[in-house]
Design a binder for this molecule. Sequence first.
Ligand SMILES: Cc1ncc(C[n+]2csc(CCOP(=O)(O)OP(=O)(O)O)c2C)c(N)n1
Ligand SMILES: [Mg+2]
Length: 363
Amino acid sequence: MTADAPHGAEAPPELVQLLTPEGERVEHPDYDIDLTPEEIRGLYRDLVLVRRVDLEAVALQRQGELGIWASLLGQEAAQIGSGRALAETDMAFPTYREHGVAWCRGVDPVNLLGLFRGVNHGGWDPAEHNFHLYTIVIGSQTLHAVGYAMGVQRDSAEAATIVYFGDGATSQGDVNESFIWASVFNAPVVFFCQNNQWAISEPLEKQSRIPLYRRASGFGFPGVRVDGNDVLACLAVTRKALADARSGQGPMLIEAFTYRMGAHTTSDDPTRYRVAGELEAWKLKDPIERVRAYMFKNQLADQEFFDAIDAEADDLGRDVRKRCLALPDPEPLAIFDHVYAEPHRLMDEERAQFAAYLEGFEG
Ligand SMILES: Cc1ncc(C[n+]2csc(CCOP(=O)(O)OP(=O)(O)O)c2C)c(N)n1
Ligand SMILES: [Mg+2]
């Protein structure tokens, strides 16, 4: 604040929040949102259904039906809020945990399960859904996204790109390079960092001495920290950032402050490195409970609505499970099929070698 700022003017609160953990609607000077009861009910439905798909996937992994699963538990609001902010022509680049964003982009959850079951390499057409394939190499998708956004810019198209990454990813060179390119070329890209406090067993303190959103200023573009467990705030902040990007105002970093309530993946045991009290504290900030409380208080839905959503979630869980178990095993040689769009000599050689290896098992 400068010395001549008007009396009473205060810096905006660091964390953009529109819905408290108790379900109270609060105002923010820079961000607001006016949703119909129908739209609020739609967001609630998204949150519940996505959590149900996630729980089913964890159960399937535990039963040996998936090789691994990266749970989004606790991050539903960050993903649904930002995902529902996207226009159809916007493009999204996910990590491996963006099941909620995939849902918003119309990707069948069974495709996600197929990837973690090891029977497909993604299973959806990124161009059809404007949702890129999952990316495991930490942070690399930020460069792909900036390149894509620069292409959009050169086509003079009015579309924004959003790219998801974690708190740990902010330490990667790729992410920092992508910040530079985005800034210097004023690329229409929104960097959406889900700060879930952990990068496997590494806590946030090992990644940064300052709040992550403030990193953006060093690269020359704005950053904002939003309550990542508040679906309304995530929607409002992302909507504005995407609109700014589309209208030529360049990149923006959104830090969605949230918490990974589950393990890093089903291969991880968080009790080895974090205390139980931390999880208990974050359970009180649950992204779904606060919307439910808000809806109850303001009579935006009755018990019948909540029961119907629960029933729909159970049906979805059953359906996803059934279709996951019915996924056919691919031909072993199919692994070489979509590595390159066109025939490739190295692939041909490797396919031939692998075919000979497989033949060694017969007879
Ligand atoms: C380049 C690279 N280095 C290391 C890994 C192994 N790895 C997988 S997930 C992960 C942690 C990522 O943490 P964060 O960016 O916070 O995302 P989160 O999983 O918490 O959503 C690491 C180090 C990897 N996949 N890619
Ligand atoms: Mg993380």
